[in-house]
Design a protein around this ligand. Structure first.
Ligand code: PLP
Length: 435
């Protein structure tokens, strides 16, 4: 993905917004779907329509088979052994690091630290960089649309250090208020931590602009890429940020594994996040020295099979091609927007136009409670999400406690949009009309 040359694209404009001829060739929706065994199961007597991809995506056979092969044939502990299996496991683990690095757009695999997910990646930065660099009176700029994963770690840091958290406002259209951002940035700003794509609204934030303004104010930047890395080119060099966090399970890989990308110089300067085996160079009773990056940040036996699956998922997405993925998702997004706009009583949160959003749709449906709606749709085999989506401050901003959320991925089909809309019509009947 690093090979892409379109700066705008890397900074948050989707490939689907390019002319159609730029999209990938040879995209065969049925063949792609067939690679995901779970998509052919039934739920409550209906074919599964899986629209909860923003929470967790499904895994293709390629990833399932790779993890199984690792467990059946290559499993051993990594890095320490000199025997054959340990060498093979280490190669599988470090090979995954190279694939994930390529996905993030870095040529330097040592800049990729494996974590339990985007959540742990943010916690790592807040604990290691934050504890070492932040003091009373310093400010960290966040936004009101952050996932709790990119909020609570900073609240904990504020509790430990006395730093202040400032929050960029969200406009009624569900975009960031960049004038407010400019007002909040100042000489006390030490870090701007912002989501690349909102997991509730689907808003694609202008991360390059956000990063440039932060750097001009002398602040570092962390981008939460959990909802971007699965869908669009991720090129950390072009985004220009200092830290980028993302998760495997949102991009066709296993759960419980993710990555932090950080600039080499930062990782080299930062103190370890956790202590234990694997992260040391030498240990004496009086004290220890640290392994080189990235191992300095990977204490203990890692989630080896998860990392191997993550690497295979990154290669799978690379083989599909990010332009083809974004193109297909762009077509779905257009179609869903068109249909949802026609549904009476449905109020969509977030950008109402295609541009600057992904195929994540949060909505209210009259006064039907999102949990009731989700339960009714589940009876038709349709999986959507209902709740606050780990975005409680954003829900407060809109004066609501929850939304219904349908989130699409490249393996979803236009036919599934019809099923969703039929399901919504059926729900309206059950509730005696939706106004
Ligand atoms: N950030 C965003 C925007 C997310 O959507 C999520 C997951 O929903 C996370 C962070 C946390 O990811 P994980 O639970 O994989 O650590």
């Amino acid at each position: 993905m690093a090979a892409m040359t379109d700066t705008k694209h890397a900074t948050g404009v989707l490939a689907s917004e390019r002319p159609p001829e730029a999209a990938g060739h040879g995209w065969d929706p049925a063949a792609i779907r067939a690679q995901f065994p779970i998509l052919s199961r039934e739920v409550n007597g209906h074919p599964l329509v899986y629209l909860d991809n923003a929470a967790s995506s499904q895994q293709p056979l390629r990833v399932l088979n790779r993890v199984e092969r690792y467990l059946r044939e290559e499993h051993a502990n990594v890095h320490r052994g000199v025997h054959r299996l340990s060498a093979e496991a280490t190669e599988a683990y470090e090979g995954a690091r190279r694939s994930v690095a390529a996905h993030a757009g870095t040529r330097d695999p040592a800049e990729i630290v494996f974590t339990r997910g985007a959540t742990e990646a943010v916690n790592l930065v807040a604990s290691s960089w934050g504890d070492a660099s932040i003091g009373t009176g310093d400010e960290i700029v966040l936004t009101k649309m952050e996932h709790h994963s990119n909020l609570v770690p900073w609240q904990l840091l504020a509790g430990r250090t006395g730093c202040k958290l400032r929050f960029v406002d969200v406009t009624p259209e569900g975009t960031l208020d960049l004038d407010d951002y400019d007002r909040l940035l100042g000489r006390r700003s030490r870090l701007v931590a912002c989501t690349h794509v909102s997991n509730s609204l689907g808003t694609v934030n202008p991360v390059r602009e956000i990063v440039d303004r932060a750097h001009a104010a002398g602040a570092l930047t962390l981008i939460d890429g959990a909802q971007a890395a699965p869908h669009m080119l991720t090129d950390v060099a072009k985004i220009g940020c200092d830290f980028y966090a993302f998760s495997s399970h949102k991009m066709c890989g296993p759960t419980g594994v993710g990555a932090l990308w950080a600039r080499r110089e930062l990782l080299e300067e930062m103190p370890p996040y956790q202590g234990g085996g694997e992260m040391i160079s030498e240990v004496k009773l009086e004290g220890s020295s640290w392994a080189k990056i990235p191992h300095k940040f990977e204490a203990g036996t890692p989630n080896i099979s998860g990392v191997v699956g993550f690497g295979e998922a990154a290669r799978f997405l690379a083989d599909l091609g990010s332009e083809a993925i974004a193109s297909h998702e762009g077509a779905l997004k257009r179609a869903v927007l068109g249909r949802l706009r026609e549904i009476q009583g449905l109020h969509l949160y977030g950008p109402r136009e295609e541009r600057g959003r992904t195929a994540v749709f949060s909505f209210a449906y009259g006064d039907v409670h999102p949990h009731d709606l989700s339960t009714i749709l589940d009876q038709r085999g349709i999986a959507i999400r209902a709740g606050h989506h780990c975005n409680q401050p954003l829900m407060d901003h809109y004066g609501i406690s929850s939304t219904a959320r349908a989130s699409f991925y490249f393996y979803n089909s236009p036919g599934e949009i019809d099923v969703l809309c039929d399901g919504l019509a059926m729900a309206a009947e059950v509730f005696g009309g939706v106004a």
